[in-house]
Design a protein around this ligand. Structure first.
Ligand code: XMP
Length: 518
């Protein structure tokens, strides 16, 4: 009996995790194993129903081209090779691959079918139309192994889709996992149906599996986690707590730069409701005194980052020997630097908020969300019973309101900012826009202008409203509020917030702007 699992052998492609994501979307359980960490023995033990060979930056023509374990073609299970995966399969099974001099393809391409193998290409090439796919390859398959047939070709890839339907070995030159391959999901579904996977995996199973993995990794040792109350750190903390209970200690640092009532709500939820072992460090005065008279943005960030580490370390030392630091790193935070040596090489971007800590404190990292995308983290958070209010929260930067208060930070300005921000966010929620917007906040400008209220002259601060749509925060567009929303919100802010007499709306996209103002 095979296990109901697909093994993805990673050859270092930038998008291997997307294969896993697509399979999860189809409710199929999969595991990614780097090619150099899996062998015949482990493959036998995993006993999967199917294997997918990922793309990768190397060339199969290289002397030491990365290979999958040698036994996979004898296991009697379906195998799908993608790009490099297709080429290495062809090479191992006796076909040939040639250097793609002059025929390399990058980007959009169209595949015509040559022969419509019934199951693998089910529901594709409808009405004989070409399939739009995304290519990224230098080399090309030039001769097929025995018993292989061509099912589809593109202008520069005569063997764009190939297969041996007796053995259920299939290869595609394009990347079905990226959204630009319009019907990539159909292709995966067909392959998984051929392999008789049951489509019943869900976040509950992911949760169960993660909990047992964390238990195994941590044993009876201690873990520390910086909890900010944001989605990622919250899900990380609750997940680890579920696995190891009180062996986890969380540290929440109130740096005086949080939003209105934020610290109280976070502490109440995690300490009183979830019963986390939570140390709440109230250090408003420490942070604000160090930020006094500082207006240069990078200097603010550095000061906050350093103080955070100091405070965190101080409290961590009270717990005794700790071996792990938990971080809510998500897959998009993982910067993949593909080396052309052929090894999958992944460099982790240290989280903005706790950068430098693991080395300084000599801690091992534990990052249970590393394979997930934001929406999947939210689904996991829901499974863990974290209230929607916390799960659907907009991102909030580590330096907090400090970078939404250009110029010098004062208690007075922070208070004005908090009040305006709360009204703005409430308005967005009232209009049912919160989940349509990636991030929204108020910025208090270091400028006072003249106004008139009643019959009196005012001389108060200007604030800017910011709201952007984005997929990953790397690029962003301003949100096109309608006039009613903007004028009602401006009026509410001016009428209710002492200290602001003028409201503006920021219509800068990123690039050239950034989302935050500093
Ligand atoms: P920018 O302003 O660079 O922001 O366009 C992109 C996204 O990153 C968030 N951001 C931070 N998050 N620590 C964080 O945890 C930081 O220092 C930091 N700076 C910016 C920002 O809120 C936006 O979502």
């Amino acid at each position: 009996m095979k296990n109901d699992i697909v093994i993805i052998i990673d050859f270092g492609s930038q998008v291997t995790q997307l294969i896993a994501r697509r399979l999860r979307e189809l409710k199929v359980y999969c595991e990614i194993h780097p090619f150099n960490k899996i062998n015949n023995l482990l493959m036998k033990k995993l006993n999967p129903k199917a294997i997918i060979l990922s793309g990768g930056p190397a060339s199969v023509l290289d002397k030491d081209a990365p290979r999958p374990p040698s036994n996979i073609f004898e296991l009697g299970i379906p195998i799908l090779g993608i790009c490099y995966g297709q080429q290495i399969m062809v090479k191992i099974l006796g076909g040939t691959v040639s250097s793609g001099h002059g025929t390399s393809e990058f980007g959009k391409s169209f595949v015509k079918f040559k022969y419509k193998e019934i199951n693998f290409l089910q529901n594709l090439f409808k009405d004989n139309l070409d399939e739009e796919v995304w290519m990224s390859h230098g080399d090309n398959v030039s001769n097929l192994p025995e018993n292989f047939e061509v099912y589809g070709e593109s202008e520069n890839a005569p063997f764009a889709i190939i297969g041996n339907k007796q053995k259920h070995f299939y290869g595609v030159q394009f990347h079905p996992e990226v959204v630009h391959t319009v019907n990539g999901m159909i292709l995966f579904k067909n392959f998984l149906e051929i392999a008789e996977l049951s489509f019943d995996w869900n976040m509950k199973s992911y949760l169960k599996n993660s909990v047992s993995k964390i238990k195994k990794e941590v044993g009876n040792r201690k873990v520390i986690c910086a909890l900010s109350g944001g989605v990622d750190s919250s899900v990380t903390a609750i997940l680890i707590h579920k696995a190891i209970g009180d062996q986890l200690t969380c540290v929440y640092v109130n740096n005086g730069l949080m939003r209105k009532n934020e610290s109280e709500e976070v502490i109440d939820l995690y300490k009183n409701n979830f019963k986390l072992n939570l140390i709440a460090a109230h250090e408003e005065d420490l942070f604000l005194s160090h930020l006094k008279e500082i207006s240069e943005p990078e200097q603010k960030r550095k000061i906050i980052g350093k103080l955070f580490i100091d405070v965190f370390e101080k409290h961590a030392s009270e717990i005794g020997k700790v071996e792990f630091l938990a971080q809510g790193t998500l897959y998009p935070d993982v910067i993949e630097s593909v080396s052309f040596s052929g090894a999958p090489s992944v460099t982790i971007k240290s989280h903005h908020n706790v950068g430098g800590l693991p080395e300084k404190m000599n801690l091992k990292l534990i990052e249970p969300l590393k394979e997930l995308f934001k929406d999947e983290v939210r689904a996991l958070g829901q499974e863990l019973g974290i209230p929607d209010k916390f799960i659907s929260r907009h991102p909030f930067p580590g330096p907090g309101l400090a970078i939404r208060c250009p110029g010098e930070i004062t208690k007075e300005k922070l208070e004005i900012l908090r009040n305006a921000d709360q009204i703005y966010i409430d308005q967005i929620k009232k209009y049912g826009l919160y989940k349509k917007i990636w991030q929204a906040f108020v910025v208090i400008l270091p400028v006072k202008t003249v106004g008139v209220m009643g019959d009196a002259r005012t001389y108060d601060y200007v604030c800017a409203l910011r709201a952007v749509t984005s997929v990953d925060g790397m690029t962003a567009d301003y949100y096109p509020f309608d006039h009613d929303f903007l004028s009602e919100t401006a009026t509410k802010i001016i009428n209710n917030v002492d200290g602001i007499n003028r409201v503006t709306y920021d219509i800068t996209s990123k690039p050239p702007g950034t989302i935050e103002w500093e």
